[in-house]
Design a protein around this ligand. Structure first.
Ligand code: PRP
Ligand code: URA
Length: 213
């Protein structure tokens, strides 16, 4: 069995996350419901992934006088790995609407399982702010590693990768390539089948989200 370093991996075992994930795994869940469940789940994953954003003191006036509070020091950057990443992005934006958003378009070649890039638009100024890459599936990690390399090259310092389902092999490969990326996931599954799909997984996330099967 592949070893996983617990200090760099957070599995979100919240009851609602696990409930919704189980519904999403079901082959009987149609695309509209899948999308809705993914959006709801992404808000819960965002709550965990964004828990320790740097804040600074702020004072506001309530109707009864001044109140000392906190506000975000810098807005995070969210990077959606197209196309399935968009299924997670909207829930994140519901939670942190002031985030900057970038996109990395990549698909897996079905034969080689290599990530093929077709579009990139990454926000400026990633250094010194929390950068969160979102993609529901971390399988062989070819896509994640290519995206992480691009984000590091663009200056991302505090880099987190949020997914819904991960294969143990994929997590290990991400950390072998970049030991400082924090992986946040709702589940670590058994492993990969011989065509690189996560077992039991939920199938092809993009197809499940957009009804393209
Ligand atoms: C899926 C998924 C990840 C990738 C994971 O995308 O959303 O991006 O596969 O596989 P890997 O870890 O082995 O690289 P896909 O290539 O199906 O593209 P899509 O999002 O456009 O459907
Ligand atoms: N991509 C998916 O969408 N699902 C998998 O199981 C593996 C890669």
């Amino acid at each position: 069995m592949t070893e996983i370093d617990p200090s760099r991996l957070q599995v979100v075992d919240h009851s609602l996350v696990q409930h919704k994930l189980t519904l999403m795994r079901s082959v009987d869940t149609p695309a509209p419901l899948f999308r809705q469940l993914l959006r709801e789940t992404s808000m819960l994953l965002a709550y965990e992934a964004l828990a320790n954003l740097p804040t600074m003191p702020a004072t506001v006036e309530t109707p009864l006088g001044p109140a000392e509070g906190q506000q975000l020091k810098t807005d995070p950057a969210l990077i959606s790995i197209l196309r399935a990443g968009n299924g997670l992005l909207d829930g994140f934006l519901d939670i942190v609407p002031s985030a900057s958003v970038g996109f990395i378009g990549m698909y897996r070649d079905h034969e080689t399982l290599e990530a093929i890039e077709y579009y990139t638009n990454i926000p400026q100024g990633l250094a010194g702010r929390v950068t969160i890459a979102v993609d529901p599936m971390l399988a062989t990690a070819g896509t994640a590693i290519a995206a992480i390399e691009k984000l590091r090259h663009a200056g991302a310092s505090d880099l987190r990768f949020v997914c819904l389902v991960a294969a143990p092999e994929g997590i290990a490969r991400v950390h072998a390539a970049d030991p400082h990326v924090r992986v946040i996931t709702a589940a670590v599954d058994q492993g990969l089948n011989d065509v690189g799909y996560i077992v039991p997984g939920l199938g092809d996330a993009g197809d499940r989200i957009y009804g393209t099967q």
